[in-house]
Design a protein around this ligand. Sequence first.
Ligand SMILES: Nc1ncnc2c1ncn2[C@@H]1O[C@H](COP(=O)(O)OP(=O)(O)OP(=O)(O)O)[C@@H](O)[C@H]1O
Ligand SMILES: [Mg+2]
Length: 251
Amino acid sequence: MAILEIKGLRKSFGGLAAVAGVDLEVQDGHIDSIIGPNGAGKSTLFNLISGYYPCDGGQVFFKGKDITGLTPQKRVKMGMGRSFQVTNIFPKLTVFENIQATIIYRIGKGINFFSDVRKYAAEEIEEILSMVELIEQADDMAGILSAGDRKRLEMGIVLATAPDLLLLDEPTCGMSPAETSNTIELIKKIAQDKSLTVLFTEHKMDMVFSISSRITVMNFGAIIAAGKPDDIRANEKVQQIYFGENRCSSK
Ligand SMILES: Nc1ncnc2c1ncn2[C@@H]1O[C@H](COP(=O)(O)OP(=O)(O)OP(=O)(O)O)[C@@H](O)[C@H]1O
Ligand SMILES: [Mg+2]
């Protein structure tokens, strides 16, 4: 079954078609990726899927429901979790509190503020922190974390929204090779342990080819190829657009 289905999705900025009619399906339980040169439209597509930008045309179906007009918050509540290319955390809260704030937001009401708020949801927070390997940094201020730890915290924050689908925009951007391979293993493990579906964008091809079930290649807002890693590796059009250097940018 497709957990996510996109039909004819479009978004322009001024005269520029950033996403120019994209069709895409992500099957339940897959780890799939979207690749393409800088400016291909990957982040814009993620912003349309998560509802962060309204689309100019097309439809998004999540778990079989048309969610095209829903707010980002409603999509999160339905089980769509996303991270941003640029890390999105509360720098003045501790690592523990960052996860806790997300859980409180998710649960919304029913919190008894006369109880010890500091321990609220401690068990779930610890489970998430151990999953993203941040237990030892639990009391550190999020603003002082290394780039790799920050990305892991961001993944923890997304997990705290209790997602079924994880949208990760360049999860290893800014990481060293060692941190990158650690993160690949982490994503695989989390996806397996929590039965999550993952759709991610990435410029590091080793990572893309090692964990994707299916790869979609974008260029100038359109899909130019889609298929299994071996098919994409052998695709001439893909090889041509990867002639130049592309890397993650912190826009
Ligand atoms: N908010 C915006 N306003 C105007 N133009 C935008 C906006 N967001 C993206 N664009 C433009 O849309 C195009 C697609 O950008 P997008 O960020 O989606 O590409 P990308 O594939 O994520 O690139 P990268 O690999 O560098 O992250 C680019 O030409 C970009 O300049
Ligand atoms: Mg991007």
